[in-house]
Ligand binder design. Structure first.
Ligand code: AMP
Length: 624
């Protein structure tokens, strides 16, 4: 049996023994009594009885051996700032941040919402929360007040940590007014707002609620705040993901299982070594940012680069310049970013010394063959696709080079990662499928350590949403279609639900529809995702106006509405104002027909449509 097969087989047949060994990669204040408690499926409790702390393992633990080594490298090509923190300096800053939170009443179990750009203080904030056992909920800085408000109401944070502004393409993007509006909209009102003033924009302060970080920090310069020893099963954070019903789902992660899963993944998948540097070009608002900008590399004693800016400023060589400068050994990005770079002068990729770089990992969306081939040809390093989702927290499918170097197959993220009992199932019967048959990608429980524990505050939704969609079986559904070849390599074919993937960001089309519907002149709307060369997919909308004589500026107004409610990430590429939408006789909008027409494909069987002429009219919009 190959090394990979043996490793994987053991992980699913003897999870207790397998994970007990992996658990040695982190430090425990108190050892666990039981590796896995799966007495109440699908709720898996990992490392029961064990006590540990993520901040201890990411920071304090390294003071002994690498206090003066680089830990956090914060680079902003937006504000032209670059600063390196050693593990010792990171420890000091995290203690100060933790002291500020503590002084303002934040204790174990409290939620803290973090709405920040990619600056060092965001890292301090996340680590300070887990140090105290407070549960952070980072909301992507590109989300607008409506999205932010729904997350505030769900997480009910005691405190919000925020910066005055982010920046994009050299222009500040104010955050403070969005938060203020969100707090006006939300029913729950956070007690305190801690504001990091980057002096990028002017803002108003709310007396009694808003605190200035610099002022508070000055009061606690020598603070030492001990790590709170948490149960392995205590939650570490909540991260919201777009749901299919519009209401965001809070993915709740544990402490011990997550630490073990990430530490193991650094060894077996990403191959980073302590003392080296990792550069993940994502954002802390996404799961990749949580796992592989903040926790993964630091748990592993590696330095991590936090990068604020685009891949093209000051020029398209900036990322490779950072690889050379900080001797990056592991890089992690998204196919969409590679496609952006591909349009630039290839000389930028050979200009810098990339000899320290071992591999580039790409995830978040399907990796197309031309992009992978181009990047590999340009830098001559392995390009490793890996497939996972917010819910799992770390890869489900990948070639695990730390275990065995296996051949790569174009279009496939590889084989099931250890710990995951992956299945391809028929969505109507639940039957397991053989090679080359399309089915739903599912995981047989228990989910391995590090995966979501539940939906925050809603166990029932966790079970219903994820574990009860395949007939006759309680299995976890990824909501992705896939196919498996005879060698066990998986290929991901897209979503089974109404979620679309725009430049690696998962967006619920229903959420965008709800936002568009809130425009007073919109009677009805349908949003679909269509293929896009650069972003993978983009959203487009079809809206019916209430007042059909008043539509000259309607598309622009709708886009503005989406921007202000959900943020620019969710903005459709186009919203077509139409007279009618294609519907079945029972009144359901046939979104797949809209999608096919917009992509210039044959819409297939339309016999269920109530009125055939509606689609014919929509076809004329696309010149068909
Ligand atoms: P998110 O939770 O936002 O990270 O999105 C996860 C979803 O992105 C998955 O369910 C897939 O639909 C898609 N995805 C992530 N990584 C890959 C990949 N390597 N190949 C294909 N699709 C991917």
């Amino acid at each position: 049996m190959s090394a990979y097969k043996a490793f994987h087989e053991r992980s699913v047949k003897d999870p207790q023994g397998f994970w007990a060994e992996q658990a040695q990669l982190i430090e425990w204040q108190k050892p666990f009594d039981q590796v896995l408690d799966y007495s109440n499926p699908p709720f898996a409790k990992w490392f029961v009885g064990g006590k540990t702390n993520l901040c201890h393992n990411a920071v304090d633990r390294h003071l002994k051996d690498r206090a003066d080594q680089q830990a956090l490298i914060a680079v902003s090509t937006e504000t032209d700032q670059e600063k390196t923190y050693t593990f010792k300096e990171l420890h000091t800053e995290v203690n100060r941040m933790a002291a500020i939170l503590k002084a303002n009443g934040v204790v174990k179990g409290d939620r803290v919402l973090i709405y920040m750009p990619m600056i060092a203080e965001a890292c301090f904030a996340m680590l300070a929360c887990v140090r105290l056992g407070a549960i952070h909920s980072v909301v992507f800085g590109g989300f607008a007040s409506h999205s932010l408000a729904s997350r505030i109401d769900d997480a009910k944070p005691k405190m919000v940590i925020l910066a005055d502004a982010g920046a994009r393409g050299g222009k500040p993007v104010p955050y403070k007014p969005l938060l203020d509006e969100a707090i006006t909209l939300s029913a729950h009102k956070p007690e305190k707002v801690l504001l990091i003033d980057r002096k990028l924009v002017e803002y108003n302060k709310v007396a009694g609620r808003d605190l200035d970080y610099a002022t508070e920090r000055a009061k606690v310069m020598d603070a030492q705040v001990p790590c709170e020893w948490l149960d392995a099963t205590d939650p570490s954070y909540i991260l919201y993901t777009s749901g299919t019903t519009g209401k965001p789902k809070g993915v709740q992660r544990d402490t011990g299982g997550y630490a073990v899963a990430l530490a193991a993944s650094m060894r077996h998948i990403y191959g980073g070594k302590p003392g080296e540097a990792m550069f993940t070009t994502s954002d802390i608002g996404w799961v990749v940012g949580h796992s592989y900008i903040i926790y993964g590399p630091l748990l592993n004693g590696m330095a991590t680069i936090m990068y604020e800016g685009t891949p093209l400023r000051p020029d398209a060589g900036i990322w490779w310049q950072l690889v050379e400068k900080y001797k990056v050994s592991v890089m992690f990005s998204a196919p969409t970013a590679a496609r952006v770079l591909k349009k630039q002068d290839p000389a930028f990729l050979t200009k810098y010394d990339l000899s320290t770089l071992r591999s580039v990992f790409l995830a978040g969306e399907p990796l197309d063959e031309p992009t992978a081939t181009w990047l590999h040809g340009a830098i001559n390093k392995p390009i490793v696709d890996n497939y996972w989702q917010t819910e799992t927290g770390w890869p489900m499918l990948a070639l695990q080079r730390g275990i065995e170097v296996m051949p790569h197959k174009f279009g496939s993220p590889g084989v099931p990662v250890y710990g995951y009992n992956m299945k391809l199932l028929d969505d109507s019967t639940g039957a397991e499928l053989g090679a080359d048959q399309k089915g739903v990608v599912a995981i047989e429980g228990p989910l391995p350590p590090g995966c979501m524990q539940t939906v925050w505050g809603d166990d029932e939704r966790f079970v219903k949403t994820y574990w009860q969609t395949v007939p006759g079986k309680m299995v976890y559904s990824t909501f992705d279609w896939g196919i498996k070849d005879k060698d066990g390599y998986f290929f991901i074919l897209g979503r089974t639900d109404d979620v679309i993937n725009v430049a690696g960001h998962r967006l619920g089309t229903r959420e965008i529809e709800e936002s568009i519907s809130s425009h007073p002149n919109v009677a009805e709307v349908a949003v679909v995702g269509i293929e896009d060369k650069l972003k993978g997919q983009v959203a487009i909308g079809f809206a019916i106006a209430k007042d059909a004589n008043n539509t000259a500026t309607l598309e622009a107004e709708i886009l503005k509405t989406v921007d202000s409610q959900l943020g620019a990430v969710a903005r459709p590429a186009r919203v077509y104002i139409v007279a009618a939408l294609p519907k079945t006789r029972s009144g359901k909008i046939v979104r797949r027909a809209l999608q096919a027409v917009a992509e210039g494909r044959d819409p297939g069987d339309l016999s269920t449509l109530d009125d055939q002429s509606v689609l014919a009219q929509i076809k004329t919009l696309f010149g068909a």
